[in-house]
Design a binder for this molecule. Structure first.
Ligand code: ADP
Ligand code: MG
Length: 275
């Protein structure tokens, strides 16, 4: 079932230097429970698109519907935000309280939910992100990956159906990135709709679909295998491909009979053992 639809969505920033078209007529439909990764070089419009999912920005033209709600209708603002949680790049900007459990409860308190119900939701959310043991900790004592998991728990406690991650792993070390990607996969398995913006191409292999952005447009929508099958195009756009894709392509060019469509390290290893 469709949960988000964009129709000729445009966004123009007006600045003293003039107008900047950041989204230039974007169309797509996302089904409930899908895991969508969004890739594209800096400035291609990913964050601008992210901010349209929960009405942080309004369309300059065209429309976006979230859970059937037109985000440009001011009456819908709070219902849109009840449906969409956001996790941003810098976990330090997202921590608002001095104790982990209070931080996770913050969003719920703003929604005016009963204290008993908040407590239940906080415990549940901390459990999902594997942070229950840190309930009474100060967030300042946590690693970057742990802080991001607290931020995710805060969103989960609000019980939104959709979570948008805007480069949520960009400031983390490899272990922290792994923790977040594992958490995101778990949420996806539970039926949440995931919008995952990243510049780590490896992370996109687990998505159902990738939106490939260039210059305010969605150039292509496809499965990770489809998107990374055209290595030349991805590189022309200034992006990398996953390491396994790169190595398989280079070995193929050197004459090895490697199967097409290798995406993950595991597939690459298996292919090596079979040539
Ligand atoms: P990405 O997240 O893919 O790096 P953005 O959505 O942040 O891209 O930016 C898309 C384009 O819009 C860029 O050219 C950027 O400079 C411009 N832009 C982003 N935010 C603003 C803003 N607040 N005011 C003016 N221009 C902006
Ligand atoms: Mg961005």
């Amino acid at each position: 079932m469709e949960i988000i639809r964009a129709e000729n969505l445009r966004h123009v920033y007006k600045t003293s230097a003039g107008e900047k078209v950041a989204l230039d007529g974007v169309n797509f439909s996302i089904n409930e429970g899908e895991f969508i990764a969004i890739i594209g070089i800096n400035g291609s419009g990913k964050s601008t698109l992210a901010k349209h999912f929960n009405a942080l920005l309004m369309p300059s033209d065209g429309k976006i519907f979230v859970a059937g709600l037109d985000t440009s209708d001011k009456k819908n603002l709070w219902r849109v935000r009840e449906n969409v949680g956001m996790v941003f790049q810098n976990p330090d900007n997202e921590i608002v309280a001095a104790v982990v459990e209070d931080d996770v409860a913050f969003g719920c308190e703003n929604l005016g939910i009963e204290p008993d119900e908040i407590q239940r939701r906080v415990n549940f959310a901390l459990d999902i992100v594997n942070m229950s043991a840190y309930k009474k900790f100060s967030p300042s004592k946590l690693s970057g990956g742990q802080k991001q998991r607290i931020a995710i728990a805060g969103v989960l406690a609000m019980q939104t159906k959709i979570i948008v991650f805007d480069e949520a792993t960009a400031m983390l070390d490899p272990a922290g990135r792994r923790e977040i990607l594992d958490t995101v996969q778990r949420l996806h398995a539970q039926g949440l709709t995931i919008i995952y913006i990243t510049h780590f191409m490896e992370e996109t292999a687990v998505a159902d679909k990738i939106f490939l952005m260039e210059d305010g447009k969605i150039l292509k929508i496809g499965t990770p295998r489809q998107i990374f099958s055209d290595v030349k195009e991805i590189k022309r756009l200034g992006l990398d491909v996953p390491v396994a894709v790169e190595l398989a392509e280079r070995l193929r060019r050197r004459g090895l009979k490697f199967p097409k469509n290798i995406l993950t390290d595991e597939e690459f290893i298996n292919a090596c053992l079979n040539v």
